[in-house]
Write a protein that binds this ligand. Sequence first.
Ligand SMILES: NC(=O)c1ccc[n+]([C@@H]2O[C@H](COP(=O)([O-])OP(=O)(O)OC[C@H]3O[C@@H](n4cnc5c(N)ncnc54)[C@H](OP(=O)(O)O)[C@@H]3O)[C@@H](O)[C@H]2O)c1
Length: 239
Amino acid sequence: MAKKVFITGANKGIGKQIAREMGKNGWMVLIGARNESRGLEAVEELHGEGIEAIYIHIDLQNQETILAAVNTIQSQHSDLDMLINNAAIPGDMRKPGYEFTLDELRNVMETNVFGPFELTRQMLPTLEENGGRIVNITIPIGTADFFNPFSYKASKAALNTMTQSLAQNFKQAGKSLEIFAIMPGGTTTDLNGNSTGPHMKTAREAGKLITDIILDGKNHNGQVINYNGAVADYNYGLF
Ligand SMILES: NC(=O)c1ccc[n+]([C@@H]2O[C@H](COP(=O)([O-])OP(=O)(O)OC[C@H]3O[C@@H](n4cnc5c(N)ncnc54)[C@H](OP(=O)(O)O)[C@@H]3O)[C@@H](O)[C@H]2O)c1
């Protein structure tokens, strides 16, 4: 039986490329997406490459869809091995933090932190049963003059803390679960208006780098890992 991974936001961008790479490595991919037509297109595309894929509807801002997705997985794919929390929105990346309304901040936190937290929490029994892993796709949150998007960074800082804190909880409770995070680095996708430049990767390159780390056979519990394999040190704000 193929191993199974549920990837949120896998209908385009980096998520779709992680799905492709995991599929090429023999995994069955559960394509989690909010936009159904793009989700079904991604499934078709992967099928065409001989990859086993199915679509699962999920909107991380909608608790009902999170529970429905978990229900489908528990009833039809209870042998799920991995959850990848990839879906995210950037919020306004240019305006200063002090200009954000509470609703704008909530919107980003809802998609990038609260939704993934709820999905992770609901998936824990299944994943623990299977000695599973949770992978969060994230960004460096240290201070940088050239990169200071307030709501996006605040949300990913919370996601990184969730990664490290739950990892410690799992370890201390002796649970057979692993949680870690990977930072793909600048990648040309819709999230940044498809911006290009000398240091930008293609989504395909990012998907490959992420998958190589996931499948390297090592235990990464609690780590926030850069695409080049270096583990981030948040105590000192370096990455
Ligand atoms: N691009 C970069 O430079 C970069 C760098 C570091 C980290 N990352 C991280 O990589 C991950 C993927 O980003 P990307 O660059 O591939 O962006 P993207 O192309 O914009 O894809 C984002 C995905 O998230 C989904 N999504 C958004 N809101 C959702 C919601 N409420 N519920 C469910 N799905 C939702 C989108 O689905 P819909 O089709 O339904 O909108 C889409 O599939 C993110 O976590 C991002 O923070 C990106």
